[in-house]
Design a protein around this ligand. Structure first.
Ligand code: NI
Length: 179
C-alpha cells in the first residue's frame, strides 16, 4: 500500500480536477483493488473517515469509508437509492484544509454499489455514516461540501488559546469528521 497525495482545493489545478465528474469503473481489476487499498491507507494517515478517488487525482467512481469503530466500506460505482429524514451538522473534507461547514444531509441513506470483488452490495447508513456516504458520492460528481454549506468555520493550524471551554473538543471532533 502507499500513501497518496491528497488534492487540495487551494491549488488551482487540483481544484479543477476535484470539480470534474468521475467515470464509472467498468471492471474491478487488481489495479482498482490497489487504488482502494492506497486510498484506505491515505485516509487513515490523514485521520479521515472517508476518501473518494478524485481526491487522489483519479477520476473514477471509487470510495472508501471507515467510521470509527466500524468496518471499512469499499464502494465502486455507488448510487444513493433512497434517502430519509434530515440532519444538520458540521462537516469537513481532507481536500479543504482547516475549514468545516454546516451542511444539511439526509439522516439515513441506502447506497448500492459494487464491492472490491465486483459483487453488488447495499449499504445502509444513518447519522455520520449517511453524511459520509453523501459527502463521498458528491465528490464523484465534482461537488464539494463547501458548495452546500450554510455556514463555514475556520480552524487554526497552530494550537491556540481556546476561545471558550468547548473549543478544544470541537477541534478534535472536527478532525474525526474529515472526509
Ligand atoms: Ni471530502
Amino acid at each position: 500500500m502507499a500513501i497518496l497525495h491528497i488534492y487540495d482545493v487551494n491549488v488551482p489545478e487540483e481544484e479543477a480536477l476535484l470539480k470534474k465528474h468521475s467515470r464509472p469503473v467498468e471492471a474491478v481489476t487488481p489495479r482498482i483493488k490497489t487504488l482502494l487499498d492506497d486510498m484506505y491507507e491515505t485516509m487513515l494517515d490523514a485521520a479521515g473517515v472517508g476518501l473518494a478517488a478524485p481526491q487522489v487525482g483519479v477520476l473514477r467512481r471509487v470510495v472508501v469509508i471507515q467510521i470509527p469503530d466500524e468496518k471499512r466500506i469499499n464502494l465502486i460505482n455507488p448510487v444513493v437509492v433512497s434517502k430519509e429524514g434530515e440532519q444538520t451538522g458540521e462537516e469537513g473534507c481532507l481536500s479543504v484544509p482547516m475549514l468545516a461547514g454546516i451542511v444539511t444531509r439526509p439522516m439515513k441513506v441506502k447506497v448500492e454499489a459494487l464491492d472490491e470483488n465486483g459483487q453488488p452490495v447495499a449499504v445502509e447508513g444513518e447519522g455520520l455514516l449517511a453524511r459520509a456516504l453523501c459527502h463521498e458520492i458528491d465528490h464523484l460528481d465534482g461537488v464539494i461540501y463547501t458548495d452546500l454549506a450554510t455556514e463555514m468555520i475556520e480552524y487554526s493550524s497552530e494550537p491556540e488559546e481556546p476561545q471558550d471551554a468547548e473549543e478544544p473538543a470541537r477541534r478534535k471532533k472536527n478532525r474525526r469528521k474529515q472526509h
